[in-house]
Design a protein around this ligand. Structure first.
Ligand code: SAM
Length: 256
């Protein structure tokens, strides 16, 4: 059965308090001058700070729930003139504007495309929407051989906890469901247990699948789809890729 991305929009912003990548994307967006296209923009974690720097940006995402959270922030911060959103699949979108200066896919979201065919479709769609020499940034995790040889786990392990704005506490647990080496898919199962005081009021369980992609595979995909790779970094401080951490590709659409 083909895996699907299942969202947890109601917990995302509390479960992922990641800010380390934001200056990286804001700097590139400012240098590009905009407009910028963000694929899989989610709740606007990176999109909102870019718009706050005065850059026009369009965000698309497959999850209406994530987009709803993003739209609340955009309204609250009065950024409606700079931001537009659309409910789209990053492998199939077709937007009216086709002259973006930069496109990006943050925090490993490209890995939610589960086949190479969909990855290529996505890169071709991006190519179509960028101006000549427009910039593309993609961030993946570097596949870990330790992880790829790990046995699936039967039990959930404690992963952390966080508070919701309404005062409820959420305990997050995870278990590793294993790897599909043929299709390059890794699956974890996430469990969110929401407590009001000491009372468990809700449990939400969902699979989280990512298609791991190696550095030179990504480079070939980009080149096949009309991009030249300018750099591959291991982190947002632009240290060169060393086989660990992230695979952050900086690529440029070839001039026509
Ligand atoms: C880990 S979240 C990252 C959200 C956001 N990029 C961030 O940096 O916080 C992954 C996002 O990818 C979106 N997504 C998954 N598959 C998608 C697809 N095929 N097309 C568009 N968005 C997709 C999900 O809905 C979710 O919002």
């Amino acid at each position: 059965m083909k895996p699907e991305y299942v969202d947890y929009a109601e917990y995302y912003d509390q479960a992922h308090v990641i800010t380390v990548d934001i200056p990286f994307y804001v700097d590139y967006a400012l240098k590009s001058g905009g407009p910028v296209l963000e694929l899989a923009c989610g709740t606007g974690r990176v999109l909102v700070p870019i718009a706050e720097h005065g850059i026009r940006i369009h965000g698309l995402d497959l999850s209406e729930n994530m987009l709803k959270v993003a739209m609340e922030k955009i309204r609250e911060k009065k950024l409606l003139e700079l931001v537009s959103l659309s409910h789209d699949n990053m492998a199939e979108f077709n937007l009216p504007e086709k002259y973006y200066a930069m496109a990006f896919i943050a925090v490993r979201s490209f890995m939610h495309l589960f086949t190479q065919k969909d990855q290529i479709k996505c890169l071709e769609r991006i190519y179509e929407h960028l101006r000549p020499e427009g910039l593309l940034l993609i961030d993946l995790y570097a596949p870990s051989f330790k992880r790829l040889t790990e046995e699936p786990s039967k039990e959930f392990s404690y992963f952390g906890e966080f508070m919701l704005p309404n005062g409820n506490r959420v305990v997050q647990k995870r278990r590793y469901l294993g790897v599909d080496l043929v299709n390059q898919l890794n699956t974890d199962e996430l469990l969110f247990e929401e407590y009001q005081g000491d009372k468990l009021i809700r449990s939400k369980m969902l699979p989280l699948t990512t298609r791991f992609t190696f550095r030179y595979e990504l480079e070939l995909l980009l080149e096949k789809c009309g991009f030249s790779v300018e750099a591959i970094y291991r982190d947002y401080n632009m240290n060169p890729y060393d086989g660990t951490g992230e695979i952050i590709a900086v690529a440029r659409k070839n001039a026509a």
